[in-house]
Design a protein around this ligand. Structure first.
Ligand code: AMP
Ligand code: GLY
Length: 446
């Protein structure tokens, strides 16, 4: 089977690795990919927002299965486009992708379908949002309140303001921070307290199959300090949710969500990601994502034992001809826990410095229970050009040397019989790797 993966981060490296393990996959392509992905897949230079070119590529190369990493690609309607051209693709439709692409859409959907979530209002301008705050709906001037831009903002569109004055600043600065399109509508939310956990699942339109619960560490600094990032590390561990909590999430959040999608006329198919806050009043939904998370995926997929191709077939063929539908596919996960520690460049999450040589990667990757996923990495000389030059001179092929090429550079991931074992392996591998300006958190999973 010929498979195409779309995206170029650590998440997509983990997805490519999972497809590579499948004996059914004969050829694997990735658009755009990165230096790590290039070692296991053929990278093609098509941007994730050029959905027309992606469909042309899939048709011309007889791709039999396409899997999408990033939300932008889904929000642009790649699934509708591929389906209209008879191309097999896993993911939600453009309409279903609104659950992530518009926070106002998602909050209204939750309210219509009785999904527990923070109290909220939606304003069509910054001025109205400020008036809303001053009306006192979110408590007095000392009360914390959460300010969110409506549209996709690559993790930058949420500010948890500690009081009204900070919230007003956040409202007024939102358009400059995330762009006027994403900030056209502003959502204000009651600030919830509790432990955060994420739950991802495979969905076939009716049934769902849960993945291990996962926790992300979003702030750059240890002890959850400093600005938000795309994610500095993740763990999977059964202890993140009790059986009772899981049951409550299924009953109050997952089933109402999937029924809501069917009732409102859009079938949800693909990966559904719930960002949850476990409050004193029970689980509340912070957000939907319509795709795998980054770096959640790295920690989740290292534990997947079932063939990802079989899971995709089951998601795609509800009521159809799949050998095993999702409802009866037994998805197996390696027992124990996992951890992913992100190594980031100097300057991240602001403007990252790039071009720093990465040392120690091979030694780290050879350690037991460790898998390293690339995000912002680049071969210093393109492997093919470098190889040809070297061969022309009769010299042996050099190991391609890698340099940093983005904010988040590597996701050092390990499994273990329990969380401490997974963390110990991940940090032992981290200790082998270095590049100038390298930043990472020493308290992942603590
Ligand atoms: P989101 O992109 O909606 O998940 O928000 C990003 C982060 O902001 C979440 O992971 C939470 O840490 C925080 N957050 C979002 N909404 C709320 C809320 N209503 N109360 C408290 N924290 C929140
Ligand atoms: N790590 C958070 C996300 O992928 O949305």
């Amino acid at each position: 089977m010929k498979v195409l993966v779309i995206g170029s981060g650590g998440r997509e490296h983990a997805i490519c690795r999972a497809f590579r393990k499948s004996p059914k996959v004969t050829q694997l392509y990735c658009a755009n990919g990165n230096a790590g992905i290039a070692q296991i897949a053929e990278c093609v230079p098509i941007r994730p927002d050029d959905i027309g070119a992606l469909a042309d590529f899939a048709a011309a190369n007889a791709i039999e299965l396409t899997f999408v990493g990033p939300e932008v690609t889904l929000a642009l309607g790649i699934v509708d486009l591929f389906e209209s051209r008879g191309l097999r693709i896993v993911g939600p439709s453009r309409e279903a992708a609104q659950l992530e692409a518009s926070k106002a859409f998602a909050k209204d959907f939750m309210a219509r379908n009785g999904v527990p979530t923070a109290k909220f209002t939606m304003s069509h301008s910054a001025d109205f949002a400020v008036l809303e705050l001053e009306s006192g709906d979110f408590g007095g001037p000392e009360n914390p309140v959460v300010v969110k831009a409506d549209g996709l903002a690559a993790g930058k569109g949420v500010v948890v303001a500690k009081n009204r004055a900070d919230a007003i600043n956040a409202i007024n600065e939102m358009a400059a921070l995330v762009g006027t399109a994403a900030a056209e509508k502003i959502v204000l939310e009651e600030c919830l307290t509790g432990r955060e956990v994420s739950l991802l699942m495979f969905v076939d339109g009716e049934q769902f199959a849960l993945m291990p619960p996962v926790r992300d560490h979003k702030r750059i600094g240890e002890g959850d300090t400093g600005p938000n990032t795309g994610g500095m590390g993740t763990i999977t561990d059964a202890g993140l949710l009790t059986d009772d909590q899981l049951q409550e999430i299924k009953d109050t959040i997952i089933r109402p969500t999937l029924h809501g999608c069917i009732r409102e006329g859009f079938r949800y198919r693909g990966i559904l990601f719930l960002g949850l806050m476990m409050t004193a009043k029970g689980p509340m939904l912070l957000e939907y994502n319509v795709r795998f998370g980054d770096p959640e995926t790295q920690a989740i997929l290292v534990r997947l034992e079932t063939d990802l191709v079989d899971i995709c077939a089951a998601m795609l063929e509800v009521g159809g001809t799949a050998a095993t539908p999702l409802s009866s596919l037994e998805i197996k996960w390696r027992a124990g826990s996992s951890a992913c520690v992100v190594l980031a460049s100097e300057g991240y999450p602001g403007k990252p410095r790039t071009g720093d040589p990465i040392r120690g990667l091979a030694e780290a990757a050879a350690m037991p229970n460790v898998e390293i996923f690339h995000a912002g990495t680049m071969s210093e000389a393109p492997a093919s050009a470098g190889g040809q030059l070297a061969q022309g001179r009769g010299a042996p092929l050099p190991e391609p040397s890698l340099v940093t090429a983005g904010g988040r550079v590597l996701g050092v991931t390990a499994t273990g019989t329990d969380l401490n074992a997974a963390l110990a392996s991940a940090y032992a591998a981290v200790a082998k790797i270095s590049f100038d300006g390298m930043q990472f958190r020493r308290d992942i999973g603590k």
